[in-house]
Design a protein around this ligand. Structure first.
Ligand SMILES: [Zn+2]
Length: 345
C-alpha cells in the first residue's frame, strides 16, 4: 500500500515566482511561441505512456493546443508530438556569468533550502521506512539542472549522490556554487548508457520525466538495471490548474502547454511503474492550483482596472491559500506529485 502525504506551505515560494504576476503578458507570449513549436510537430499517434492509439474525441483545449485523454491509462497527451525539433525550439540554453559572487552563493543556498531540502528529506525518510538507511543510499539525479537537489541530498549527509546534466553552463554553475564536482555533463545520447550502468540504488528525476523525448528508452534502461531499486520523481498532473488555465485564456499557462506536452494522472503513473516492474511506494502531493487561481484572478482584476479590489482579494485570500490547497491536494487533484516507485520483489 502506497504511503501518502499531502500539503506543503507555500511560504516564500511566491516571491520566487513573482514574474508570473508582474509579467503575465511576456510569459504568455513566451508560452505562445512554445505552442507554435509544438503545433509544427507531427500528430501524436499513440499515448506517451501506454502506446494506446490516440485520436477521436478531443478531451479539452487550451492556448491553441488540443489534448487527448488516453482511454487505457488516463494519460493526457497533447495532439502533437514532443520531438527533438520541439525540444530544440523550446529549451533555451541558459547563459551564466563566469564570476560568481558570495551573494550568488547565498541565493543558491536559500533556494536549495526552501525548495529542495524538503524533497530530499522526504526521500530519505521514506526510504528509511523501507529499511534503506541514509548511509546506504546512493543517488543518480538525471537532468540535475543547477544541482539544487544533489546539493540538498549532500547537505543532508548523502555523500554518494551525483547528477548528470546536458547543459554545460548549468554544470559549471552547480559545481561552482557547491565548491565541488557534484554534477557532470552528459550528452543526450549518453543518458541511457549512464542509467544502464549506474551502481546507484536510487535514480531521481525532479521535474524532468515530462520533458524527456525518449522516455521509453530511459524507462527500459531503469527496468534492466537491477541495481536501481527506487525511482523518485516529480511530474505535472492533470489537475485543477489545467481547468483554471483553460478558463483563463488571457493568463499565462504555467502548467499545460509551454514545455509540458503531456500530463500524468495517478492511473498513468501506475501503468508506467508496472510496465518496468516497479510499484508505487510513496507519494507526496502538493500543488500550485490555488496559487494559479489566485494569480489568474489578480491578473484579470488588474487588467479590468480593479486594482483596489485586487488588494482586498489578496488580503482575504492569501491567509487561506494553504488550507484551500491542502483540500485540493487531499482530493487527489493537485497540479504536481512527488512519487517514489520501488522495484517489485
Ligand atoms: Zn495511455
Amino acid at each position: 500500500m502506497e504511503n501518502k502525504r499531502y500539503g506543503k506551505s507555500i511560504g516564500d515560494i511566491m516571491k520566487i515566482k513573482s514574474d508570473f504576476f508582474t509579467k503575465n503578458k511576456e510569459m504568455l507570449e513566451m508560452s505562445s511561441r512554445q505552442a507554435d513549436a509544438l503545433l509544427r510537430q507531427p500528430e501524436r499517434k499513440i499515448c506517451k505512456i501506454c502506446h494506446e492509439p490516440l485520436g477521436g474525441e478531443i478531451f479539452y483545449h487550451s492556448q491553441r493546443m488540443e489534448y487527448y485523454l488516453c482511454g487505457k491509462c488516463g494519460h493526457v497527451n497533447s495532439r502533437y508530438e514532443d520531438t527533438d525539433d520541439f525540444a530544440n525550439a523550446v529549451y533555451i540554453t541558459d547563459s551564466y556569468e563566469n564570476n560568481y559572487s558570495e551573494e550568488d552563493k547565498k541565493k543558491y543556498a536559500s533556494r536549495r533550502d526552501m525548495i529542495y531540502i524538503p524533497k530530499a528529506q522526504f526521500l530519505i525518510e521514506e526510504l528509511a521506512k523501507d529499511g534503506l538507511a541514509k548511509e546506504d543510499m546512493s543517488v543518480l539525479d538525471d537532468g540535475a539542472g543547477s544541482g539544487y537537489f544533489v546539493s540538498a541530498l549532500r547537505q543532508l549527509g548523502i555523500r554518494d549522490s551525483k547528477g548528470i546534466e546536458i547543459s554545460k553552463a548549468q554544470v559549471d554553475f552547480a559545481n561552482a556554487m557547491n565548491d565541488e564536482e557534484i554534477l557532470s555533463r552528459a550528452d543526450a545520447k549518453d543518458i541511457v548508457p549512464v542509467i544502464r550502468e549506474t551502481k546507484c540504488n536510487t535514480v531521481t528525476f525532479i521535474g524532468v520525466l515530462e520533458h524527456i523525448i525518449n522516455l521509453d528508452e530511459i524507462l527500459d534502461a531503469i527496468r534492466d538495471n537491477k541495481n536501481i531499486r527506487y525511482i523518485f520523481f516529480s511530474v505535472p498532473m492533470f489537475s485543477f490548474s489545467c481547468i483554471f488555465e483553460a478558463a483563463h485564456q488571457n493568463c499565462y499557462n504555467r502548467h499545460a502547454g509551454g514545455t509540458h506536452s503531456h500530463l500524468f494522472q495517478d492511473s498513468s503513473i501506475s501503468y508506467m511503474a508496472d510496465r518496468i516492474g516497479f510499484e508505487k511506494y510513496s507519494s507526496w502531493k502538493f500543488g500550485s492550483d490555488m496559487m494559479d487561481l489566485y494569480r489568474m484572478i489578480c491578473v484579470c482584476l488588474e487588467e479590468g482596472g480593479n486594482g483596489k479590489l485586487k488588494e482586498v482579494f489578496s488580503e482575504r485570500f492569501l491567509p487561506i491559500l494553504d488550507d484551500l490547497q491542502k483540500t485540493v491536494d487531499e482530493s487527489e487533484s493537485a497540479s504536481e506529485i512527488h512519487m517514489i516507485l520501488k522495484r517489485k520483489a
